[in-house]
Structures are given as structure tokens and as C-alpha cells.
Design a protein around this ligand. Structure first.
Ligand code: 5AD
Length: 346
């Protein structure tokens, strides 16, 4: 098993059987070796600095109806909100003062009628804070829309593929959503010149070790600049709300495998990790993650952006907690890197 890990570090690719062995081993020494190798590779790329991204949850209005997501359109228990342009700019100003140099605008997927509003907003943020990177995470749109937003000043785009297995995709999404269209969008985003992030929910209902192996192979082929992975966490008002949550252990293993396979990738230790266990974020970093995305959204809308139950949005998960986060990182010998944190592959 040790030789499989060394091979992954060296060749950046394994056979399906070898990935399965790493994903299923119950030997803690093997897992410890895997994460220590991933940590070493991450430190070779980024030192012990962790990049921060200020997350602004733009709106919980969504046209999609994904079976796992708390802000799906048919969840009538959600009170819907959309931040105003002024509110978003105030979040940026606040974040900039603290030291953030990347803003992530994330929200439910809107129809194309709001495309210009987003383009104008991106333009205004770029004007106000020209030294900052803007990341969008707003779902599937036509190539023209992606191009327009890119021209307006957006630098990066996050769109998780959710699963590379078409049958599993169907079990997680309503029939009007298409797996091949999602992959098409990822290609359009690359074509439009964005730094692109994609990824999956770990431990999603019906997911198998085999489907995770397919995701690893897809990620290696696609070579994203950023990889977003978090454990699935049920949301009680959704059709999949009674399924068990994914685990921090499996997610951390995947961070480690992907760090070894794609050394330069920007990998956040996600909010879902911190939600499952208080040391989840640190465990992600110790497995090779190198980014944290504190919440910059107005405090009163945060609870309305509930993709899953008990989402961590306070403490070190929030902008108020940057000091707490810095202290937490220092306990494992890491520190905040206040740079923009562009992909070294660009
Ligand atoms: N648990 C964990 N992650 C979720 N997401 C949506 N719903 C959940 C959930 N119940 C993730 C999806 C989406 C991202 C914005 O949030 O992967 O792409």
C-alpha cells in the first residue's frame, strides 16, 4: 500500500483498483502516510500559507430542484432573498478592510434575465477593488453569459460536476437537468478563460467507491484549477434529507489523493467539513487542502442560505472569526496567506 501512495506521488495517476484500495483501507498507518505525503506536496507548492476567499451568498433564489439541496426551488420552507448591489459592495468593502483579496459570489441558479445585473455587479466590484480576484459560483449558463461575465472582470468560476457517473447524476437531480450539459458548461468555462473549479459531494446518497474512482479520473483528465469537495450533509426538507451524512475521513482522503494527483490545485477545506466536526477544517488542511472560504455575507441572510442542516457560518467559519481562524491555523503550524492566491497553473 505504501508503494501505491509513492506511485501516486510520482506518476500522478493510479489504476482503478489502486484508488479503490486507498479509499477503502482501514489501516490508520496507511491513511496517515497518505495524508502526510499530500501535506508535503501541498507545502512544496504553497508553503504553510492558507489562502482566504470571502464568500458572499448572493441569493437563495434557484430555478433548479436538486434532490439534495436545501435551496431547491420546491422547498417552500425557505424565505427567499437576493442581496442588493449596495449590500454586495458593502460586503466587499468590509472584506477588503480585513484583508480579503478574493470575493466569491455564490448563489442559486437564476434565469438569463439577471445576466446583465451580474455583469454590472462584477464590473462595479472590479472598479472598486481592482487588485481583487472575483470568483463566480452561479450555476449553468450559456457560453455567451460566461463570456460576458468574464469580460466584465470575473476571474474564476466554481461549478461542481457533482458526479461523473451519469446514472448517479440522475438519482440526485430531476430529469430536466442534464449531466452532459453540466460537463459542457465546464468546458465552456475553460474556453472563456476562467480559472475553473469543480468537484463533488463526498458520501452523497447512492454514491459508490466505483463512482468516486470515476470522479478522480475525470478530475485528472479535466485538470481543474480548483477542486471543491465537501461531505454530503442532509437537509431535512429535501427528498434526500433522511440519508446519512458523508464523513470527514473519506473527504480528507480524497483531498490527499487529489493533492498527490494534481499538486498545483487550489483545494478548499470546505464549510461542510467544519460543520461535521469542530476540527474538520484543520483535518482538511492536514490532508493537503490549502484554502478556506470564510463567510462575508450579511449575518441576517446567512441562515437563509441553508444548503444543508446546521451549516457552520459563525466562529472561524465567518469573517468575524478571521482572528480565531488564524489562531486555529497556528496550532498546526500554518498561517493565513493574504495574497490573491491565483492558480499557479495560470
Ligand atoms: N450537502 C453538502 N453539500 C451540498 N451542496 C448542495 N447541497 C448540499 C448538501 N446537502 C453543495 C453542492 C453544490 C454546492 C454549492 O453545495 O455540491 O454544488
Amino acid at each position: 500500500m505504501i508503494s501505491i501512495i509513492d506511485k501516486l506521488k510520482d506518476k500522478r495517476k493510479l489504476t482503478a483498483e489502486e484508488y479503490k484500495a486507498l479509499l477503502t483501507t482501514s489501516d490508520p498507518q496507511i491513511v496517515a502516510y497518505l495524508t502526510s505525503q499530500a501535506r508535503e506536496v501541498a507545502q512544496g507548492q504553497f508553503g504553510k500559507g492558507i489562502y482566504l476567499r470571502g464568500l458572499i451568498e448572493l441569493s437563495n433564489v434557484c430555478r433548479n430542484d436538486c434532490f439534495y439541496c436545501g435551496i431547491r426551488r420546491s422547498n417552500c420552507h425557505v424565505s427567499r432573498y437576493t442581496l442588493t448591489r449596495e449590500q454586495v459592495l458593502a460586503c466587499c468593502e468590509h472584506g477588503y478592510q480585513i484583508g480579503f483579496r478574493t470575493f466569491v459570489l455564490q448563489g442559486g441558479e437564476w434565469g438569463e434575465e439577471r445576466t446583465t445585473w451580474i455583469a454590472d455587479l462584477v464590473h462595479d466590484i472590479k472598479q472598486g477593488w481592482p487588485d481583487c480576484a472575483i470568483t463566480l459560483s452561479l450555476g449553468e449558463h450559456p457560453l455567451d453569459t460566461y463570456t460576458l461575465w468574464r469580460k466584465a472582470g470575473a476571474d474564476r468560476y466554481l461549478l461542481r460536476h457533482e458526479t461523473h457517473n451519469a446514472s448517479l447524476y440522475k438519482l440526485l437531480h430531476p430529469h430536466e437537468m442534464s449531466h452532459s450539459h453540466r460537463l459542457q458548461c465546464l468546458n465552456w468555462l475553460k474556453e472563456s478563460g476562467y480559472q475553473v473549479g469543480t468537484g463533488i459531494m463526498v458520501g452523497a446518497p447512492f454514491q459508490t467507491i466505483g463512482s468516486i474512482v470515476e470522479d478522480i479520473s475525470f478530475l485528472i483528465d479535466f485538470q481543474p484549477h480548483m477542486i471543491g469537495l465537501g461531505p454530503f450533509i442532509p437537509q431535512h426538507d429535501t427528498p434526500l434529507g433522511r440519508f446519512p451524512a458523508g464523513t470527514v475521513d473519506m473527504t480528507a482522503r480524497l483531498y490527499a489523493i487529489l493533492r498527490l494527483a494534481i499538486p498545483q490545485a487550489l483545494i478548499p477545506s470546505t464549510t461542510a467539513m467544519a460543520t461535521l466536526t469542530p476540527d474538520g477544517r484543520l483535518r482538511g488542511i492536514l490532508a493537503g487542502a490549502n484554502v478556506v472560504m470564510p463567510n462575508l455575507s450579511p449575518t441576517d441572510t446567512r441562515k437563509m442560505y441553508a444548503l444543508y442542516d446546521n451549516k457552520a457560518a459563525l466562529g472561524a467559519e465567518s469573517v468575524q472569526g478571521v482572528q480565531t481562524l488564524a489562531e486555529e491555523l497556528s496550532t498546526i503550524g500554518y498561517h493565513i496567506d493574504w495574497g490573491r492566491g491565483d492558480s499557479p497553473a495560470m
